[in-house]
Design a binder for this molecule. Structure first.
Ligand SMILES: NC(=O)c1ccc[n+]([C@@H]2O[C@H](COP(=O)([O-])OP(=O)(O)OC[C@H]3O[C@@H](n4cnc5c(N)ncnc54)[C@H](O)[C@@H]3O)[C@@H](O)[C@H]2O)c1
Length: 345
């Protein structure tokens, strides 16, 4: 049995708790929140768990093998480092940390101690994204050419991080999961309309092979949109998370194979192919149940999980580059070095 403690029992902590408890090889042994009012419901929801208002109790406890950290993003680094230092495997909410230097320290620490470190990039475990990843890996979409993700709603404003670290990070993680590498550059524009934190952001990610990605994230839109278009040379996929009957659709239509003519007859001479639209069958499982199963399997096998250190660090680098670019007025930034990119090849 894997003995797990949760630190942070606000909105997301209880959802994690439910999914952890549902796993047959997990025992939720402790719950912590600095706010005692948050702990009032623990006895009813998780009767087997002890409670504490001090994370240090769980970090130091010899009766816990792993901690799930569901506190605000700004505290992820400190709490994760403390847990790793005490020999605990860690599942931390997204983002892993709020700067690349901190994320690197966590990754290095987990590797040195041979501990599993996983970020709850929940959407990687959502059935449409799992299917999309299979389609991309088997080449079913062809060469990826364009990616457009819109994640907007009247969201919960956060005071510790901006909308890049809170919302855009989801789409950065999904794109990273599909392509497995960082873009050559990231440029971003962001504005803070209410308060200190950027609450509307647009990102452009360029990959060396020509894939161009655009992400739009805001807490300020009165309509909720969760839509991602993944365009390839052979097929295009549309993931609409708010379309329960057909959350993923595949479009066969596109351009006919061959070189595009370069003269003024372009439109007349370009060939289109029309084809069917399919809604692939998706597994029916709550993403967090799959995520918990991956955590447990990785700990038992001593292997790197999906959303483990390698990809989580890339995600932090990309979001940090976006933050830097927005601060520099939209100058493209290389996420590998953090330096502005003067010219694209
Ligand atoms: N994966 C997802 O889809 C998803 C969805 C929502 C939230 N989240 C993430 O979960 C985390 C928490 O978000 P939330 O919406 O639950 O926030 P929240 O404010 O509702 O809850 C955070 C809780 O942490 C507690 N806390 C803060 N510092 C603490 C400390 N040092 N020790 C113990 N408890 C502490 C607070 O009292 C609060 O109850 C954030 O990182 C957020 O990005 C992820």
């Amino acid at each position: 049995m894997l003995r797990v403690g949760i630190v942070g029992f606000g909105y997301w902590g209880p959802i994690l708790a439910r999914n952890l408890r549902a796993h047959p090889r997990v025992r939720l042994a402790a719950v912590c929140d600095v706010d005692p009012a948050r702990l009032a419901g623990v006895a009813a929801a998780c009767p087997e768990a002890s409670v504490s208002t001090n994370a240090a109790d769980l970090v130091a406890s010899p009766d816990l093998d792993a901690l799930a950290i569901a506190t605000p993003a700004a505290s992820h680094f400190r709490l994760t480092l403390a847990a790793l230092s005490q020999g605990k495997h860690v599942l931390v909410e997204k983002p892993l940390a709020t700067c690349a230097a901190d994320a690197e320290r966590l990754v290095e620490n987990a590797a040195r101690r041979r501990l599993v470190l996983m970020t709850d990039h929940t959407f990687l475990f959502a059935p449409p994204v799992r299917r999309l990843a299979e389609l991309v890996a088997e080449g079913s979409l062809g060469e990826l050419q364009q990616y457009s993700a819109v994640r907007v709603a009247l969201g919960r404003f956060r005071s510790d991080v901006d909308v890049l670290w809170d919302l855009a990070v989801h789409d950065v993680a999904v794109l990273d999961h599909l392509v497995g590498r960082m873009p050559a550059s990231v440029s971003a524009a962001g504005v803070a309309h209410r308060g200190e934190q950027v609450d509307v952001a647009f990102l452009t990610l360029r990959f060396p092979d020509g894939l161009l990605a655009s992400l739009h994230a805001t807490w300020l839109a009165p309509v909720k949109i969760r839509r991602t278009l993944v365009g390839g040379s052979r097929r295009t996929a549309l993931w609409d998370d708010l379309e329960p009957a057909e959350r993923l659709r595949l479009f066969e239509s596109g351009l006919a194979e061959g070189e595009a003519p370069a003269d003024e007859d372009l439109q007349r001479r370009i060939g289109y192919r029309t084809g069917e639209v399919r809604a692939p069958r998706l597994e029916e499982r709550e993403p967090l149940a799959t995520m918990v199963a991956e955590l447990v399997d990785a700990i038992e096998a001593g292997r790197e999980p999906i959303a483990g250190p390698t990809s989580s660090l890339r995600v932090v680098r990309v979001v940090e580059a976006a933050e830097r670019s927005a601060r520099l007025g939209g100058v493209p930034v290389d996420p590998a070095t953090g330096a502005p990119v003067v010219a694209h090849p």
